[in-house]
Design a protein around this ligand. Sequence first.
Ligand SMILES: Cc1cc2nc3c(=O)[nH]c(=O)nc-3n(C[C@H](O)[C@H](O)[C@H](O)COP(=O)(O)OP(=O)(O)OC[C@H]3O[C@@H](n4cnc5c(N)ncnc54)[C@H](O)[C@@H]3O)c2cc1C
Length: 461
Amino acid sequence: MTNDAKQKLRVVIVGAGFCGLTAAIECQLRGMHPIVVEAYAGASSHGDLLDFVPNAGRVFDSWDNGRVGEALLAAGVNRAKALDFYNQDNVLLRSDPWPQGTDLKGIFAGHRGAMHEIVYNYANSLGIEMHFNSKVVEYLDSDKERGVVIAETGKKILGDVVLACDGPKSLARSQLLGLPESRVNSGYAIFRAFFELTDEMLKEPLLAELTKKDEDTTRFWVGEDMHGFIYTWNQGRDCAWVLTHLDDADIKESWSFPAKKEDVYSYLKQARFPEVWNRVVALTPEDRMVDYKLVWRDPLKTWLSPSKRCAVMGDAAHCHLPTSANGACQAVEDAATMAICLEKAQGDVPLALQVFERIRFNRSHVIHQASISTRNIYHKNNWTLEMVKKHPDSLVMPLLDWVLDFDCQKNAEENYARLAEDVKSGKTGTIEELSLPAGGNYDSMNLKEEDNKAAALQKVV
Ligand SMILES: Cc1cc2nc3c(=O)[nH]c(=O)nc-3n(C[C@H](O)[C@H](O)[C@H](O)COP(=O)(O)OP(=O)(O)OC[C@H]3O[C@@H](n4cnc5c(N)ncnc54)[C@H](O)[C@@H]3O)c2cc1C
């Protein structure tokens, strides 16, 4: 081993989702030695529709002289003009300019698998050490051994710090933080699909509106206890749709739980959604549809292990419902912030991790919480043109300026020294008091008292 390799901080990263890959890329670019350990066999082609907005998109844009951002843009929605909102009667309630149309950079929407592959390829091109087919069964967090144990082989991968980016069902939460599983059924699940439209499918008259050669379409429908999106892009060739529905069957939490068309039709009928939905579902190959359980997990009181040398991040720390419209972006913010803290702490891992937590905690928490309130606003109102006029800021994506315009890397650079001083001086207080303010709220969406989380969970648990 060269002297250089010996000195590099070994960062063991569990999970090669967007959080883990971003952490690995940012650590590598900052001169550390990240080691990614992932249970899947390779870059996962799973998933359907995923949106990144500029608070995360600007991190991707900063890579490889903008080439990663260009590839992400080329692979997904890049010619949409508007995001159109409809009610169940197919009345157009509002039409917001699609941000790319207003020249806003850093918006990447499209097929999760395609975007994941682009980020994975970039990580690979940087020569990042990645171990696939390697399920972690044990986390080690002692001064003697810090790292992970891989299933079957029992191989240990050790380092100076462990970043558990192991997703919603995180093993690290129990093993590193000692927390019991706190899963609460949110009461909803989401049908999800991505498929390519064939020439034959494009003949369907009801789809003509959605499958334009020169324009991508992004549409949103809202009704009682249900909302859904249909996106088309790539000259109307690629289609993804998602439909949040009541989870009365209490399905399993998995990215591969199959969806049955008869169930989708039945929910569409209950919510009286328009015919175009039935047609899109009819065209979707059944093996391209999943039903994904939307689980709620209460916010954690800390993201750090007692040694302060291991952290949970991304969905492992704060698993959003899709209605925050920012869960993946928050995972990317975590990852980019962590790399800056590790770099600045120059080997003092507990310092880095404590500053990381204080930078991220409140902002992440407020955005996480909004996912329930927003869903209730969508689902618990009878949306008409009159209502939209009366509450113009309510039927919107919860992507307010303070969320979108945030530069997480600049924020970390600017606040690191002050927060590091707080840690070193032993400043006391709750994690909320010690952390940076969230920087905003969702009051403009007119959240009502009855829309709060307690009310929603009481109803559905
Ligand atoms: C297969 C899949 C499909 C998805 N599809 C969509 C989608 O269509 N739309 C959407 O909005 N969001 C989707 N998501 C979720 C979305 O990507 C995440 O919410 C978001 O990007 C946050 O990412 P994360 O890296 O924190 O967590 P995740 O994306 O969940 O990544 C966690 C990673 O950790 C790995 N992992 C977990 N436990 C272990 C272990 N013990 N050992 C080793 N590795 C482990 C998992 O295999 C996974 O790759 C999907 C996630 C996955 C894993």
